[in-house]
Design a protein around this ligand. Structure first.
Ligand SMILES: Nc1ncnc2c1ncn2[C@@H]1O[C@H](COP(=O)(O)OP(=O)(O)O)[C@@H](O)[C@H]1O
Ligand SMILES: [Mg+2]
Length: 476
């Protein structure tokens, strides 16, 4: 047995002729090959199961299965199909040579053997086989590398996706933070503005309230006393045939007959005026509700009415301003739990916007049919056991479609500097949506008018209840 180091390779010789076997075996052994032999095809097929041949020399004509069949079976077996096979055939037998090559042999040697030639051919084919093996290994390595690169690429893609996702999450977080910041800023401005406005209104109302009550409380007495004095004078006139000339002159001078008729009228119109002041003061107090920062259960029609009263002057017709008709369609509403002062602020914002839009429309009469008077329509309705709806609509200028998504943005205004702050609707939105967990919607058509819809829950719910509550609203 040759050592692994000097062995040039293992050759299996299959031949039924012992002389051939011996010659070839001796030559190959001498040349440094390890040699195994088989006398027929079947034995050779069995032998290759445990003998690792690098090359097979196969005789064609053998007892049992011939060389071609043996070759076919070797090529059909994945374990042996790569072993190079050289056929041994007679010198003149071209058919055998061709058939041998067609069933998978790599070469042929002719009998009688030319040992030098056989050796040279074996060496070439072993070399080719080795190159083949190297190529296969390299191919395998290349395939593995491609596979690894593919894995790395998909990993990179995944990382990239993750990164993109993280960037987009972060962007969303940042823009949410920015929005919150803006809202907080608006809220701060609003709180500051509202608390000082509220304090001012409440202060004025309080200051006026005392003297007005003073006047109102004494008016009845004044009327009564006046009646007494008049009666006294009449009695004098009746009971004295002639009054002293000084008194008669004085009665004439002051036109006593007219004074007697006018004085009660004057006092009663004073009473009407004072009652009106009392009403306005009450509205101002109701509107500011400074003492009621907490939730209260109220009739929201009262809030709407007091807001309308405050705005009454602006609803009246003036030079360059049409009179604005207010049509109220109040439904049966339950008492609502709400932050009254803030809700009234929403009514105020929506109504002043409507008045502004109607004023603007007047300055651009081509927008609306002139025959249609400037109108604000206020409708209230209980739309569900837990929900009420308040609509404030005007037939003013309307809002262009491209501006409609912006009207609730803080500081968005189309009004001239000094008139608009652009905060009214964003504050109203915050009050309705965040404070009361309701909805504030805007429907508008350019040149036709605008409607703001407030959907308000009858009771302010906790966040988790509110989600369900809002779902109800979708079904209405
Ligand atoms: N009823 C309305 N009709 C037409 N435009 C309106 C109406 N209400 C609001 N707008 C538009 O929305 C903008 C924002 O309103 P708002 O937030 O109250 O701010 P401001 O009234 O100070 O401008 C207004 O400038 C106006 O362009
Ligand atoms: Mg406004």
């Amino acid at each position: 047995m040759l050592s692994q180091k000097t062995c040039k390779g293992s050759i299996l010789i299959v031949d039924d002729n012992p002389t051939n076997l011996e010659v070839l075996s001796d030559t190959l052994t001498a040349a440094g090959f390890q040699v195994a032999v088989a006398l027929d095809g079947e034995t050779a097929l069995e032998q290759v199961q445990y003998y690792q041949a690098d090359l097979i020399i196969l005789d064609v004509m053998m007892p049992g299965i011939d060389g071609f069949e043996t070759c076919k079976r070797l090529k059909a077996n994945p374990l042996t199909r790569d072993i190079p096979i050289i056929f041994a055939t007679a010198l003149s037998d071209t058919t055998n040579k061709v058939t041998g090559l067609s069933v998978g042999a790599v070469d042929y040697v002719t009998k009688p053997f030319q040992c030098e030639e056989v050796l040279a051919r074996i060496q070439i084919h072993l070399k080719l086989r080795n190159l083949d093996k190297i190529l296969e290994t390299q191919n395998l390595l290349l395939k593995q590398e491609i596979q690894q690169r593919k894995i790395a690429e998909s990993l990179l893609q995944k990382l990239n996706q993750e990164l993109e996702q993280r960037v987009s999450y972060r962007t969303i977080e940042l823009s949410e933070a920015l929005q919150k910041l803006e809202q907080t800023q608006v809220q701060l401005v609003h709180n500051e503005k509202m608390s000082s406005l509220g304090r001012l209104v409440a202060g004025v109302a309080h200051e006026i309230n005392n003297p007005v009550n003073f006047i109102y409380g004494n008016l009845n007495y004044a009327m009564e006393y006046n009646q007494c004095l008049l009666t006294l004078l009449e009695l004098c006139q009746e009971n004295f045939s002639s009054l002293p000339s000084e008194i008669q002159l004085y009665l004439k001078k002051v036109d006593f007959d007219y004074l007697k008729q006018d004085m009660p009228k004057l006092l009663s119109s004073m009473r009407i005026g004072t009652e009106r002041i009392c009403e306005i003061v009450l509205s101002l107090r109701k509107f500011s509700r400074l003492d009621e920062a907490d939730k209260k259960i109220v009739d929201i029609h009262e809030g709407i009415e007091s807001t309308l009263l405050i705005l009454q002057e602006q609803l009246k017709g003036r030079a360059n301003h049409p009179e604005i008709r207010v049509i109220k369609e109040y439904g049966e509403l339950p008492l609502i739990e709400c932050y009254v002062g803030q809700l009234n602020q929403v009514f105020m914002n929506l109504l002043t916007n409507a008045i502004d839009a109607l004023d603007e429309q007047n300055s651009r009469p081509y927008l609306v049919n002139n025959a249609e008077p400037a109108t604000i329509q206020i409708r209230t309705q209980r739309v569900h056991q837990d929900w009420v709806k308040i609509c404030i609509a005007d037939n003013g200028s309307g809002i262009p479609a491209d501006l409609q998504p912006k009207v609730f943005d803080p500081f968005f205004t189309t009004k001239p500097v000094g008139k608009g702050t652009g905060l009214g609707l964003s504050i109203s939105h915050q009050i309705i949506v965040e404070k009361h967990q309701g909805q504030l919607l805007c429907h508008s058509e350019l040149g036709k008018g605008t409607e703001f819809v407030i959907n308000l829950p009858c009771k302010i719910k906790h966040d988790h209840q509110q989600k369900q509550n809002l779902e109800i609203l979708q079904t209405i």
